[in-house]
Design a protein around this ligand. Structure first.
Ligand code: NAI
Length: 462
């Protein structure tokens, strides 16, 4: 038994970042993790491994489609799936060990095992009870599947199983055209699988700027992904290693059946709070199953805090990280603030999709007078040279004040480009501020400046 100032439960991006910031602020800190490695879903079975496979499969795509155009002869590149999985594992290991190093550096104890909170100020792991002045729950989320669908992580898989398939499937059905479905669907399509995405709604990536949605779907179709839209999956059954997916076309009310060797269920995630003992403690939970917190991440029970996927808001690693730092600062008597209006969202397909702030649709709903500046990567020299001229940057600004209200990008390195606009928004910048900022030539970021120019007197290269 040991006593701490802070015990953080969970070592994902929310938990480990929070533990580090707590230690930096002078708290004696421990972090509980029941898995064999630190890093949570993101590092072990989420963001990081998926990016490794996205990178590898994109290289294959480049070799197949663009190498010859540049005079690079690499006929018939083949995929060594075992080696690709090995590369993915090395990437994971490098990252998780990095956190172990950071824990040692910051003198944070890793308490191995699964935590329960028997009472305020106590954390039980196995048969050991530790005490802490403050407990931060950063227990993350888990896939939420559909009723009646049994996940075996071999044939009917969540993102976890999809990252570690025995072999590349001939046909893969993805249920849900959200972030996970499109990223992993892209991976397997590039690796040669026939990929069909079945989506309940009539558009992909719900909540995203509609113009981006439409262009994104068109580009993905061109890449070979097949979409069945407006279709509610009813059931999945497996017989003789073949999965059958039954769905209902919502408008026509007709029933359909399709077969595949792998079915990826990517219909969202839900908070993972099993075993923490929240009910016995009387911790308030929202209707959506998230832990209820106030503006300072405190639950209704004093001394117990919660952050990340386990509470409300977008389930994003970087949102959890920000909350992890903020709660540590709150405990240290500092401000601890997260600006929820400026949290970027990125989809790491090729091209990437990134957005921040408000969409046109949201602005229309509130009758907000806005203007739009748009610039296509077709007019960007660097993008043209790199066979990456598909897509555009769209900046939305207030019609009167010119203040940037949102930005939506589909195109090369969109996930990096968006941050220039995030910083601008944090500073309350006008589109003119971006437009007057000198951008190096030739870079993709010139497209951001051109979109800002298009909010004013006009872009130069369109
Ligand atoms: P999602 O919420 O993004 O998308 C789920 C999709 O499934 C929706 O389009 C929904 O309409 C559809 N769906 C639901 N029920 C259905 C049914 N019966 N039949 C057909 N379609 C159905 O969820 P996703 O992709 O599973 O991601 C989970 C979470 O993980 C999200 O919060 C996401 O933001 C996060 N994530 C973020 C990543 C990133 O930032 N790049 C990468 C991966 C995940």
């Amino acid at each position: 038994m040991a006593s701490y100032d802070v015990i953080v439960i969970g070592s994902g991006p929310g938990g480990y970042v929070s533990a580090i910031r707590c230690a930096q602020l002078g708290f004696k800190t421990a972090c509980v993790e029941g898995q064999n490695a630190l890093g949570g879903t993101c590092l072990n079975v989420g963001c990081i491994p998926s990016k490794a496979l996205l990178h590898a499969s994109h290289q294959l795509h480049e070799a197949q489609h663009n190498f010859a155009k540049m005079g690079l002869i690499a006929d018939n590149p083949v995929v060594d799936w075992t080696k690709m999985q090995g590369y993915k594992s090395e990437v994971i290991e490098g990252n998780t060990q990095g956190i172990e190093f950071l824990f040692k550096k910051n003198k944070i104890d890793w308490l191995k095992g699964w935590a329960t909170i028997p009472s305020v100020g106590k954390v039980l792991i196995g048969d050991e009870t530790h005490t802490a002045k403050h407990i931060i729950i950063a227990s993350g989320s888990e896939p939420s599947t559909l009723p009646g669908i049994e996940i075996d992580e071999k044939i009917v898989v969540t993102s976890t199983g999809a990252l570690a398939l025995d072999k590349i499937p001939k046909k893969m059905i993805v249920i849900g055209a959200g972030v996970i479905g499109l990223e992993l669907g892209s991976v397997y399509a590039r690796l040669g699988a026939e990929v069909e995405i079945i989506e309940f709604l009539d558009e992909i990536t719900p909540g995203m700027d509609v113009e981006i949605q439409k262009n994104f779907q068109r580009i993905l179709k061109k890449q070979g992904l097949k979409f069945t839209m407006g279709a509610a999956v009813q059931s999945v059954s497996v017989n003789d290693k073949i999965a059958k997916v039954n769905y209902l076309k919502r408008k026509k009310d007709t029933e359909h059946e399709v077969e595949a060797d792998v079915v990826l269920v990517a219909t969202g995630r839900k908070p993972f709070t099993d075993g923490l003992g929240l009910e016995a403690l009387g911790i308030a939970i929202t209707a959506g199953g998230q832990i209820e917190t106030d503006n300072h991440y405190s639950t209704n029970i004093s001394g117990i805090y919660a952050i990340g996927d386990a509470i409300t808001g977008p389930m994003l690693a970087h949102k959890a990280e920000d909350e992890g730092m903020a709660v540590a600062e709150v405990l240290a008597g500092q401000a601890g603030h997260v600006n929820y209006g400026v949290i970027p969202g990125v989809i790491y397909t090729h091209p990437e999709v990134a957005s921040v702030g408000l969409t046109e649709e949201q602005l229309k709903e509130t009758n907000h007078n806005y203007k739009v500046g748009k610039f296509s990567f077709m007019g960007n020299g660097r993008a043209k040279a790199n066979f990456a001229s598909e897509g555009f940057v769209k900046i939305i600004a207030d019609v009167t004040t010119d203040r940037i209200l949102g930005a939506h990008i589909i195109g090369p390195m969109a996930g990096d480009l968006i941050h220039e606009i995030c910083v601008a928004m944090e500073f309350g910048a006008a589109s003119e501020d971006l437009a007057r900022t000198c951008h190096a030539h030739p870079t993709y970021s010139e497209a951001v400046r051109e979109a800002a120019l298009a909010c004013g007197n006009g872009a130069i290269h369109s």
